[in-house]
Design a protein. Sequence first.
Length: 283
Amino acid sequence: MAQNYATKYHSKIAERFKKQSVTNGAAGNEYSFVGAKTIVVQSVDVVALNNFNRTAASNRFGAVANLGDTKQEMQMTQDKSFAFAIDAGDNSDEAINKAAGAALRREIDEVVIPELDKYRLGKWADGAGTKVYSGANTALTKSTILPAIISTCGEMSNALVPEGNRTLFVPIKNYILLVQADAVVQLEKMGNAAVEKGVVGTINGCKVVPIPDSWFPTGTEFLVKYKGCTVDPVKLQNYHIRNDAQGFDGPVVEGRIYFDSFVLTAKAAGVAAYKLGSAPSGT
């Protein structure tokens, strides 16, 4: 006699891999967008030194210049959202654990956070005030990556960027080269009390954060960032589980994140991007 076997859905979900935010530790939160979509940040100019004239009848300090300032307007543009429903019938028939809270957490971990990180990395690379070019289109190797990092950090130091609070963001393909670098036995390990999310060690004084290759800005081999040189607001993070939404039999999950990222013009040298090839003409 033939037997019919019903399909069984196991209650344990096979979760996909996920990664916590890799940019939060270096993000800038010193400027508030509360109550505003746009803010204006001012920086005060300086004047050149004169030769003091001891015998002049007046203005021995030199001609008096009007002290100007520079204004940078920052307007938030990234207003993202999502919505999905978990039908009560589907949930019952499939006997699968689709708890709304777990589904929301999954959406945040696998979609929202990667989108935020990728956007920030792209904006930081685009706005980098320190750009270092390899001078050739040859990919980095284990012999050239460490000198490239050191020279890039040197360019930042020449621009008076503070030595501390620097983070090296490096795609996995180049992180693999870095840990095999001829001059590096291993990354300097950090003490347990100092370990931050995403940080695997330090190199040349920079915290090292490996980034999935697909998240990294196209055309950039690595980024070195000083923490205080960007504004990275997350103005809204609203998430809702609506159990009695009209027209749906089962919870409706909704989410919204309102964010953006800006490199401060006055501190743009604090973001350094290393790129292959030669510098564009005129730079």
